[in-house]
Design a protein around this ligand. Structure first.
Ligand code: HEC
Ligand code: HEC
Length: 317
């Protein structure tokens, strides 16, 4: 760079290139800019010493502060846990049927239950708890096993037809077709009687008789259902397995015996209580006292001997 010289007009050195009489000035960086650059370098150096920074072959440099994002998460979770601990402890004390008396606990329980529902229940009952075929809608007031807080807590704690849980809800609708109890013609006749409850078919004398002898003990004389046996109401527009003639005949011939997991081994009692409060809050929740009376009157209907394998929720602790 032999042609470097001081530019007279600005007093700044040139870089030495010249093209057709045009030269380039070698203007130095402004001070403030340089100092900012040095400051960022110093900052980066200090940061790299204090915090995890350089990737190595196995893992990265750890930094002298010992900070990790995992550790920070654990600290945040612990702090959150400490915040919630008094609420959870209070919830553990209240028997579930008294929860509605304390609106603040009830609100906390519903919020906790909503979060737990997203983790544990949506895969079967759907995001909005509206259910799918075979997985009941939890928003409506149509309950298979009972819709007061205590009944829901019981259903969640012990599940439905959950093998290995002594207190689980169990009742099995006989497989009238698969086990050869009915001929195809009889299935057709009794399906007609079932559909007559909702006005979708006409009942026959044979169908009515078959129903009275084989179904009424669980489903009720007028198809109103019975929660002691988890037997659905057949006279409303809500169907667990579908209300077309083919679907009803399929259920009579091959009942599904749906299984709902028992949650007592997987979730702690307070979480189960919160889930019950959440499900109860979805729209169909029933009053505890009212329902106890309804269940007492429902007990009048005796199950078919040998066909009902459980004793219903009332017999359970
Ligand atoms: C593996 C699928 C599955 C999961 C997961 C599941 N359920 Fe269920 N649930 C069912 C089935 C199937 C039934 C209906 C069983 C029957 O036919 O009686 C049911 C029934 C219920 C009932 C009874 C409804 C009534 O009408 O009496 C409640 C309440 C309920 N589930 C709540 C929950 C909650 C809360 C969770 C999450 C903790 C959950 N379920 C997770 C499958 C599941
Ligand atoms: C031991 C009690 C019991 C008896 C007896 C019984 N059921 Fe059921 N029924 C149930 C239960 C429990 C369910 C729930 C679904 C399941 O477990 O498969 C059900 C479900 C049904 C359904 C499906 C309802 C829906 O919402 O999709 C129909 C239809 C039905 N039963 C018809 C009958 C008919 C017809 C008879 C007589 C021929 C009969 N059941 C006898 C217990 C019984």
């Amino acid at each position: 760079m032999a042609n470097k010289r001081i530019d007279e007009a600005t007093g700044t050195e040139t870089v030495g290139h010249e093209w057709d009489g045009i030269e380039e000035l070698d203007t130095p960086m402004p001070r403030w800019w340089l100092w900012t650059l040095y400051a960022t370098m110093v900052w980066a150096l200090i940061y790299a010493i204090l915090y995890p920074a350089w990737p190595l072959i196995e893992k990265g440099t750890e930094g002298v502060l010992g900070w990790t994002s995992r550790g920070e998460l654990a600290r945040d979770m612990a702090a959150e846990g400490e915040l919630k601990a008094p609420i959870l402890a209070a919830l553990a004390q209240v028997p579930i049927e008294r929860l509605p008396e304390d609106s603040e606990s009830m609100r906390a329980a519903i919020a906790g239950g909503r979060a737990a529902f997203k983790v544990n229940c949506v895969q079967c009952h759907g995001d909005g708890a509206a259910g799918f075929k075979g997985y009941p809608n939890l928003n409506d007031d149509d309950w298979l096993w009972g819709g007061d807080l205590k009944a829901i807590e019981q259903t969640l704690t012990h599940g439905i037809r959950q093998p290995g849980d002594d207190a689980t809800h169990t009742s099995l609708m006989p497989a009238f077709g698969r086990d050869g109890i009915f001929t195809p013609q009889q299935i057709d006749q009794v399906a007609g009687h079932v559909l007559s409850f909702t006005g979708k078919a006409r009942s026959t004398a044979e169908g009515a008789q078959l129903y009275a002898d084989n179904c009424a003990a669980c489903h009720g004389n007028a198809g109103e259902g019975n929660r002691l046996f988890g037997a659905p109401n057949l006279a409303d527009a809500i169907w667990l397995y579908g209300g077309s003639r083919a679907e009803v005949e399929h259920q009579i011939s091959h009942p599904r015996h749906g299984v709902m997991p028992s949650w007592q081994g997987r979730l702690d009692p307070v979480t189960i209580k919160m889930l019950a409060a959440y499900v109860h809050s979805l729209g169909g929740g029933e009053d505890f006292v009212q329902n106890a009376a309804a269940q007492a009157s429902a007990q009048g209907a005796a199950p078919v001997a040998g066909q009902v394998q459980g004793e219903g929720p009332d017999a359970q602790p």
